[in-house]
Design a protein around this ligand. Sequence first.
Ligand SMILES: Nc1ncnc2c1ncn2[C@@H]1O[C@H](COP(=O)(O)OP(=O)(O)OP(=O)(O)O)[C@@H](O)[C@H]1O
Ligand SMILES: [Mg+2]
Length: 312
Amino acid sequence: MGTFHCPIGAASRGTTGCVDCGLCSAATKAERIAAADRMREYIRATAGTRAGVIKKIAVCGKGGVGKSTFSALLAASTVSLGYRTLVIDTDESNPSMHRRLGIGKEPEPLLSILERFSDEAAPIEAAWLDRDEIRFEDIPERLVVSRDKLSLMCSGKIDDPLIGCACTMSDLTRNLMVNYVPDEKELVITDLEAGVESFGRGMEQGVDTIIMIIEPTLDSLMVAAKVQYMSEGLGIRRIRGILNKIPDKATEKQMRALLKEHNIRYLGTMPLSSEISLSALTGAMIPEGEAYQNVKNLACLMFDEAEMDYDL
Ligand SMILES: Nc1ncnc2c1ncn2[C@@H]1O[C@H](COP(=O)(O)OP(=O)(O)OP(=O)(O)O)[C@@H](O)[C@H]1O
Ligand SMILES: [Mg+2]
């Protein structure tokens, strides 16, 4: 059996916060299922206060559907709507989020607070990550790069063939996502890794809003349906689908019918855009053109919905 990764991070904190679910000692499949049920019950019971306000958004979906593109556009548009926005890039491979945000350099990764990944000559303080309530000011400066009210953190990149698995990064990121407390008019947008693995690690527990990016393929739709199922299992109630790379009205219509069939609540559409492809080619920030304006409208719709009774 491989290394155990506690989905609520208690094991890595010397059992502080342990909810006695028994997952770490489960030896059989039946015991693991029973433990996962206890864990889900705990998570759902403590998730009740998340409805209403949008503070922490996770952007999910199948690989390559446009999660990072949407996250970058959403971050820029929420800043223009008056928010201070912190983007957490959890992708272990792609190196371009800072460019998509128009930020000159990458931050030092969260992973570097651990002794074995740190710069020995100038280690970064780590105790802040164990606080029950983490504020923006608590995060060591070297882990954040900013442009005005837009800030970026990243979990870490796998850039050495023997660095080990990505679980350590996920554990640290989960702690941050769960314990981070945004101020009023502050938002956290987490650009998640592709697929549903992050759910297995409990990364989304602190999140109040899940945005699923869905391109016009059946696989992408099936991943979204699974993301929705898992998000509901964590007690997250605001879950929305965004159709991306839509070439024409007929495809949009067909996709919307499929969303309905899978009970996925539709937020909006991002058309297939040459503006976006061109920016990807040059590595430049997406300009404040049509795609940006469209995402800004979707953001407004999402915030408006959140203030209404029919939000959830
Ligand atoms: N609406 C769009 N129109 C045209 N191209 C798009 C659109 N959205 C995304 N793309 C392109 O699709 C590719 C994948 O996008 P992106 O990197 O945002 O996906 P991702 O879901 O973050 O991928 P990964 O799973 O690797 O993290 C990029 O080349 C991007 O420019
Ligand atoms: Mg990405």
